[in-house]
Design a protein around this ligand. Structure first.
Ligand SMILES: [Zn+2]
Length: 431
């Protein structure tokens, strides 16, 4: 997103920290209004070598494969298919040459295939004007710094680590008594966004939720949550991938992080890299595939940062990781067809997902009912820390649904996130 406000920010210092940033008059309503402002149009500045971008798509295909159930979908993930759309009897997604070979060798029925570049050019013809409202890494970082500076009595900003390319993974913390990395005994809630590069709406939701919380800090309920909880918001985990995805001015449909793999390919699927049945079902050990699980669990600085962050904060009771798209709210397990064994937790997952489903219109379901995928961050978070962890597949038809979708998506997801805050002191009180 680009707007008058941010144009001003961009022209000032690039330093991003609470001390050096001037507290601008940022408000949630202003942010929402700017999203739809017609003058808010500007093409992102290229920051990467375009020749690298050109290589990312030219050997991939957009394929539609017959798949009647979750078992076939799981096997397709294992073959490296980057499943993007699920329909009743088919799935569609991206496949490189290696996966294309497996699709024929393993007797899947490929119903159609077109070169990815052709598919994408048909979809993104109208681009950048429509989507300038989305926040890139610098804009996201600047906004977080401004929020922390303006509300320095209750908000602080710190980095949970550096990405492969050295970008900070910024965390905005809202806590009335503890700042930065100081420990807190208050029950914690952790909102995480944009683990997958092309899922830009998954940055907007937690980013604007942070703005909403701070704007509404004097509302009776919000005030209570801010006073009694330890709230963490990391809107953009995979900033390398997100920046790569937009750097050329046209979308790359890029999913993974920016690690350089041993075979020369690029990227690990961060949501297959967590240590939960790592690289078993629904993940690929082939580095070139879009569901590549990495050389080992937690091989990536981004997944490692989430691990370290959560392990160091055992007060975190609830967690949402935002992805796109599908309008679903997923709870464990994703890596196994089993249900969670603790009956109280299972009840709480179903109840909380159901309530948040009512507020968003999204379908609550056990993650593996969609397909089995191992190495999942929310499976790991729940198993390792006990935090009740949900994956939101946000709304929209496609990864690039345009800026018009942001406002409604934010508004309903603010409600769901506030609901989660309302039960974070004791998630079991809801059941
Ligand atoms: Zn995702």
């Amino acid at each position: 997103m680009k707007l008058l406000l941010c144009a001003a920010l961009l022209s000032t210092s690039v330093a991003v920290n609470a001390e050096s940033s001037r507290p601008e008059n940022i408000s949630f309503n202003q942010l929402l209004a700017e999203i739809t402002a017609p003058e808010a149009l500007q093409v992102p500045e290229p920051s990467l070598d375009k020749t690298i971008l050109a290589e990312s798509l030219d050997n991939r295909y957009w394929v539609t494969v017959r798949a009647q159930d979750k078992y076939v979908r799981t096997r397709l993930l294992e073959a490296g298919l980057d499943i993007v759309e699920i329909n009743k009897d088919t799935v569609s997604g991206f496949a490189g040459p290696y996966t294309m070979g497996l699709l024929s060798a393993k007797a899947f029925t490929v119903l159609s295939r077109v070169p990815a570049a052709q598919y994408i050019s048909g979809l993104t013809r109208d681009f950048p004007a429509q989507d300038a409202a989305y926040h890139n890494y610098k804009e996201t970082s600047d906004l977080l710094a401004q929020m922390a500076a303006r509300h320095s009595d209750i908000a602080s900003l710190f980095s949970i680590g550096k990405t492969v390319e050295g970008r900070d993974m910024w965390c905005l913390r809202i806590n009335s008594t503890a700042k930065g990395s100081a420990p807190s005994a208050k029950p914690g809630a952790f909102f995480l966004g944009n683990m997958h590069a092309r899922e830009h709406l998954a940055n907007e939701i937690p980013l604007l939720f942070a703005a909403w919380l701070l704007d509404h800090r004097n509302d009776v309920d919000v005030k209570k949550y801010i006073g009694s909880l330890d709230i963490y918001i990391v809107p953009m985990l995979n900033s390398d991938g997100a920046e790569f995805d937009i750097a050329s001015g046209s979308y790359q449909y890029y999913r993974k992080n920016m690690s350089k793999n041993a075979n020369g390919s690029r990227g690990v699927d961060l949501n297959r890299n967590f240590d939960s049945w790592w690289c078993e079902s629904g993940a690929s050990s082939y580095p070139g595939s879009d569901t590549y699980c990495g050389p080992k669990a937690f091989s990536e600085p981004e997944s490692q940062a989430v691990k370290n962050f959560m392990e160091a904060r055992r007060n975190i009771k609830t967690h949402i990781s935002y992805h796109t798209y599908g309008s679903t709210i997923l709870y464990p397990w994703g890596g196994s067809e089993d249900e969670v064994s603790n009956p109280k937790d299972k009840q709480a997952f179903i109840k909380l997902a159901g309530e948040m489903g009512k507020l968003t219109g999204y379908l609550p379901q056990k993650s593996s009912d969609m397909y089995v995928a191992t190495g999942d961050s929310c499976d790991w978070a729940y198993a390792a820390t006990g935090a009740l962890s949900f994956t939101f597949e946000l709304e929209g038809r496609g990864f690039y649904p345009g800026a018009a979708i942001i406002k409604a998506a934010v508004e309903k997801n603010v409600k769901a996130a506030v609901y989660l805050l309302s039960v974070t002191d004791n998630p079991y009180k809801a059941i």
